[in-house]
Design a protein around this ligand. Structure first.
Ligand code: LMR
Length: 328
């Protein structure tokens, strides 16, 4: 009953925000998995939807389906290639089946903050990655920021050895599997929509995510506490299919891409603030947040960084150098 009620509530929410598309308009279905408010991706998707529907009225009509109501991230890219959805923004960790180059974004302790991620993505190397899946039918349009990842479990995590023997949910990325194994933990790949239930029922003991996801999904309510490790990042690729983009008239495509760029610049500039507010909201709601001493943090670096060697051939040493140089 609870699941059915939740599904109904979510579908009502999704429908409420949706513009009724008119005959002759190009319908753009945008499926994503997070909540819509107090979340960098959710806010950006809603802003994109309202701007497209206002400024391209009569030409294009966007419908955003948040909260995994249409597809989860495991299904959305296949659905896109079949033309069932036109836009998505999965995290960069979710492209394993299509390219190994994005592994650069999952390597622990490569980027010191989101400004460094932004600098790398704006560089020639970062921009080239947008086109890296064209042969597989996918076109990257923009990077959207979320933020730095934190670790949580059903017991305090201060030293990496505290994670030893615990089961952790990870996104579908072999780098993240290796990272958890490096700490002696058991990683389990799982869809985002299933994480809360899995933590609550003890199917897994812990997870890693950004403040906005830990707050938005209420993970803090079913964990002992959150440790501020800032050990990695979650960022997104706004992606479409090559076929769909090619099908647009040039002026329609240009207008759409211009709006997307403006939304991207505006919301990426706010992503760190949105995450900081989510951190504060977790504390205000009674969640426990733990900070590490410099010595403790160094122990996490020492435990996780050996993972780089396993994946350097996938990403290329030059790419790894470029990523590190973006730290300034
Ligand atoms: C996750 O699966 O944890 C994230 O990729 C979800 C998201 O879109 O932020």
């Amino acid at each position: 009953l609870t699941t059915a009620a939740t599904a109904l509530a979510l579908s009502v929410t999704a429908t409420a925000g949706m513009a009724a598309c008119e005959d002759g308009e190009i319908v753009v279905k945008f499926a994503h998995v997070t909540n819509t408010d107090k979340h960098p991706k959710g806010i950006a998707a809603s802003l994109l939807e309202s701007r497209v529907n206002e400024e391209m009225n009569g030409k294009m009509c966007m419908e955003v389906y948040p909260n995994s109501t249409l597809y989860n991230d495991d299904k959305v890219l296949e659905a896109m290639l079949q033309g069932d959805v036109q836009l998505a923004a999965p995290s960069l960790s979710k492209f394993e089946k299509f390219t190994k180059q994005f592994r650069i974004f999952d390597l622990p302790f490569v980027f010191k903050d989101i400004d460094a991620v932004d600098a790398f993505q704006s560089s020639e190397s970062g921009q080239a990655l947008l086109d890296s899946m064209q042969k597989r039918g996918l076109q990257g349009l923009a990077y959207w920021h979320n933020g730095m990842k934190q670790m949580s479990a059903n017991k305090p995590l201060l030293e990496p050895s505290d994670a030893n023997g615990l089961k952790f949910r990870v996104q579908s990325s072999d780098v993240l599997v290796a990272q958890m194994e490096a700490m002696g933990a058991s990683p389990q790949k799982m869809a985002f929509s299933e994480v809360y239930g899995a933590l609550q029922q003890g199917v897994v003991d812990g997870q890693e995510n950004t403040w906005s996801n830990i707050y938005g999904q209420k993970f803090f309510e079913v964990q002992d506490g959150i440790t501020q490790t800032d050990h990695g990042i979650i960022d997104y690729l706004v992606v479409t299919s090559v076929d769909w983009l090619d099908s647009l008239e040039p002026d329609v495509r240009d207008q759409f891409l211009t709006i997307l760029k403006e939304v991207t610049d505006e919301r990426n500039a706010e992503s760190t603030k949105v995450n900081n507010e989510a951190r504060e909201a977790i504390v205000a709601a009674g969640g426990t947040v733990r900070e590490l001493t410099p010595e403790q943090r160094q122990a996490w670096v020492d435990a996780m960084k050996p993972v780089w060697a396993q994946f350097v051939d996938d990403v290329g040493q030059d790419m790894l150098d470029a990523a590190q140089n973006s730290n300034g």
